[in-house]
Design a protein around this ligand. Sequence first.
Ligand code: TYD
Ligand code: MG
Length: 458
Amino acid sequence: MYKANKTVFECQSCGATSPKWLGKCPDCGAWNSFVEEKQDRVKAIKKDGGAVPQSLADITLDSEDRLSTGIEELNRVLGGGIVSGSLILIGGDPGIGKSTLVLQMLWSLYVENPAIRTPALYVSGEESPKQIKLRANRLNISGEAVNVLSETCMENIFEHIKRMKPSVIVIDSIQTVFTQEIPSAPGSVGQVRECALKLMMFAKDSGTPIFLVGHVTKEGAIAGPRVLEHIVDTVLYFEGDRGHAYRILRAVKNRFGSTNEIGVFEMRDGGLAEITNPSELFLSERPQSVSGTTVVATVEGTRPIMVELQALVSQSTFGVPRRATIGVDVNRVNLLIAVLEKTGGLHLGGMDTFLNVVGGLRIAEPAFDLGIVTTIASSFRELPIRQHVFVFGEVGLSGEVRGVSHAEARIREGAKIGFKEAILPESNLSRLNANIKPEIKLIGVKDIDEAIKAALDI
Ligand code: TYD
Ligand code: MG
């Protein structure tokens, strides 16, 4: 017989369910992640019959559909502004600046869009209104743009929303709110999913954009079920090293724009400041004429950024050499070390290799390969890369250098920062537009040998 209120066990990391408690999740492999949750299987069906199908041709769009946040870096990551009715999740480590970012955004949104005269609603389950006021003072934000609500019960929150009709809603954080419809604790998979679904339905029905702030687990995923990432339209990660002031906002999912876009900020005393020229920032402390450092032209989304990559290659004191990296994938580096051994003739087998992308950026694009190869070669040979040179290109397993996308954008960015020469894949060079800046010398290379010779001037 069908029971309306059934007890199920649900994996807290992936949302898989089981009628019995399990020690290990068969879906995602997490240990000890099953928690008992009451599941209410009877879902309310809309009385008016729900939505009506309409012809795609009849749906009209107006350019007003995107709302500028007044923060250019945030607009770019969102794909050009906030789409009305969208649900946006901002995840990040505690203390990275998520609450600061949303509060600053609510204020600049209000300043930027004179048409909006209903205040935004900032629902905080973590901080008291006084704490929020203290932060607002620190950010120099005057209060009329934001209404603060310290509440965690979804039903009460919706009461206020219906009465107030806010222009934008922020829920800080999704792990602290709960709905009375299901009995499990706030922050559990069932609660997070149910609350997010309710908010999503409200966002789509009313056209109000909603921001959710989410915590991140030790492993770096947004706490709660992966299903949360499927529900929302946009997932942004706010990341950065707590020791550094730089913060990077990265879109990992975006239904309304490209992913991989990043926004760069600096956390200052008076809040987050936009960094519009990250290349200059990442290169500002670059040492001159030392070995083991290269400037690589990388592209994040559509935006070229020059970053410094450092390598330290030294004699290993253990039998097995150590390879550690910050900002690049260690497997990729191991692969490129093997290529350097085999076709580049560098004996790295007994050497410890450490790599670091300066400034806390994480880079996953293949065009970074040539940077990795030349930096390791420079440190190994103890020869500095020639001054005013930057590199980019993908490296294949037989040591060939392959062409990459956005070659022109990379070259222009390098020229803008003041570089005089670029080492790039031969195939990119032959396809380049003739109108590229003439003051920059372009050196096309076919394999890593040529690249290392050109970079180290040997
Ligand atoms: P917060 O937004 O509370 O982080 P989250 O919501 O992600 O947990 O940011 C907290 C940190 O930011 C805290 O360590 C202090 C720092 N901060 C500044 O450096 N300058 C400022 O103007 C503000 C408001 C915070
Ligand atoms: Mg916070």
